[in-house]
Design a protein around this ligand. Structure first.
Ligand SMILES: Nc1nc2c(ncn2[C@@H]2O[C@H](COP(=O)(O)OP(=O)(O)O)[C@@H](O)[C@H]2O)c(=O)[nH]1
Ligand SMILES: [Mg+2]
Ligand SMILES: [Zn+2]
Length: 352
């Protein structure tokens, strides 16, 4: 019987038969090429078999934080991961850098808290990026507006209202890791055996909130700077943490950019209002930019849809489509764009 870190055999059935001498564990930390895995006897460092390395076509084939893995313990108190149990949910983004590839952030998450703060970090567009990758991975989002202690109640009310105006259906909680405002509500949502992750830009207070929830300073958070009341981001690794009540929390490192991979399913949920409106557009392939009979643009004009939300949807949709193109299509598109830029430059009136 396995009973740790939220394991249940309904969501994660074991291979049948279980290979001889193998054990099950959960990845709690990922480093370059090696992992830390929690299993019935505690924490162990693990590598992956050559089979995983050589037969993998993408990063998806490698273990990620939150994975349930089948492993063998070698005598040097090291483990070798042979297999990954099928994932329930996957949180992905586009890997940063020029190469078009995806990166798995964490897996087997039930609920993702998107943390945002009311200072310069406040961005509804970025929030929608996070919602898109969360929904796309089959995960339920909850929005946390943190650092309420830096604002008046009226200011916080306005920020919450702005979020709710764009996303009626999503739960919004406002918190302060300083004063513990709202922490009770977050605590109440944490159920035994369920896995929660915290995502959001670095510096918004993910690690501080997690520290408050575990009630001890497990993770290193830099002291808040008295001068600016802002402080710096300080978490250097991610971790899967078990609370006393048996719920699991995953901290993710701050992400400077959250590029989309193919994310149509996520876009359809995040922008469900736009998708519904689009069913009434005159053309089935309407791009909602300038077509006659566009129901989406009509809704904007009538004040029933924020133009900013439509703009962000179109931007994210382009990004998702771009990811899905094959290399040839992408090259053509980049060429056309380069040509456009060149022509624009040529036709630009010359300075005299
Ligand atoms: N005033 C205020 N500062 C906070 C709050 N939460 C976090 N901070 C500070 O913001 C900085 C970044 O916090 P951290 O938890 O490392 O953010 P992370 O990068 O999202 O994990 C630290 O200096 C924290 O002390 C909050 O609710 N109010
Ligand atoms: Mg952190
Ligand atoms: Zn349209």
């Amino acid at each position: 019987m396995i009973s740790f870190l939220g394991y249940n055999d309904k969501d994660f059935p074991l291979p049948d038969p279980m290979p001889e001498g193998m054990l099950i564990g959960r990845v709690v930390e990922e480093h370059r090429g090696h992992y830390f895995v929690m299993y019935e006897k505690g924490l162990i460092e693990a590598g992956v078999t050559g089979k995983i390395i050589h037969t993998s076509e993408s990063k998806e084939a490698f273990p990620a934080v939150g994975d349930w893995v089948v492993m063998a313990i070698s005598d040097k108190n090291q483990a070798l991961i042979h297999d990954i149990l099928p994932r329930k949910t996957v949180l992905r983004r586009r890997a940063s850098g020029k190469i078009i590839a995806e990166q798995v952030i964490a897996v087997n998450i039930d609920i993702a808290f998107v943390v945002m703060s009311g200072d310069e970090n406040f961005s509804l567009n970025r929030l929608e990026r996070y919602l898109t990758i969360i929904y796309n991975g089959g995960i339920i989002p909850i929005i946390i507006l943190n650092k309420t202690d830096l604002f008046t109640k009226a200011e916080v009310d306005i920020q919450v209202l702005e979020i709710k105006k764009r996303h009626l259906g999503v739960t919004v909680v406002w918190t302060s890791a300083m004063t513990e405002e709202g922490l009770n509500f977050v605590h109440k949502t944490l159920l035994p055996g369920k896995t929660y992750c915290f995502v959001g830009s670095s510096g918004v207070g993910k690690s501080s909130l997690i520290n408050r929830l575990i009630g001890e300073q497990r993770q290193y958070v830099k002291e808040i700077s008295a001068a600016t009341a802002k402080g710096q981001h300080a978490t250097t690794y991610r971790e899967l943490i078990e609370l006393d009540n048996g719920s699991l929390l995953i901290d993710t490192p701050g992400m400077r950019e959250v590029g989309l991979v193919a994310a149509d399913a996520g876009l359809e949920e995040t922008f469900a209002d736009i998708i519904t409106l689009a069913q009434n557009c005159r053309f089935s392939d309407c791009t909602h930019s300038n077509e006659p009979g566009c129901a989406v643009i009509a809704a904007c004009k009538a004040g029933n849809l924020q133009v900013e939300k439509l703009d962000n949807y179109l931007r994210l949709k382009r990004e998702s489509d771009y990811f899905q193109m094959d290399t040839y299509e992408r090259r053509q598109k980049d060429k056309t764009f380069a040509k456009m830029v060149k022509e624009f430059k040529r036709n630009k009136p010359k300075k005299t």
